[in-house]
Design a protein. Structure first.
Length: 80
């Protein structure tokens, strides 16, 4: 990155921090402040997957559980 591009980026970051401090801190943290929707999606697809397994629909159950796992991975969920 050239020096002019670095200065421009620095100016943009400074303005963002001044005008929208909440957004700037959320971008720096890299995670949403309220991940309720993500947790709700994971729980919904997890319950749906278990229900489908009980009913004997293995393919759709695995697809549902897989989608829940993908949502967890995309949102950066860890077990720690």
């Amino acid at each position: 990155m050239s020096e002019a591009e670095r200065r421009t980026l620095s100016e943009i970051e400074t303005r963002l921090a001044d005008e929208e401090p909440g957004l700037a801190s959320a971008l720096v943290a890299g995670k949403p402040r309220h991940p309720v929707l993500s947790y709700a999606l994971v729980a919904t697809f997890g319950v749906l997957g278990v229900l489908l397994l009980v009913l004997g629909a293995v393919g759709p159950a695995l697809a549902s559980l897989g989608f829940g796992a993908v949502v967890m991975l995309v949102r950066g969920y860890t077990w720690r």
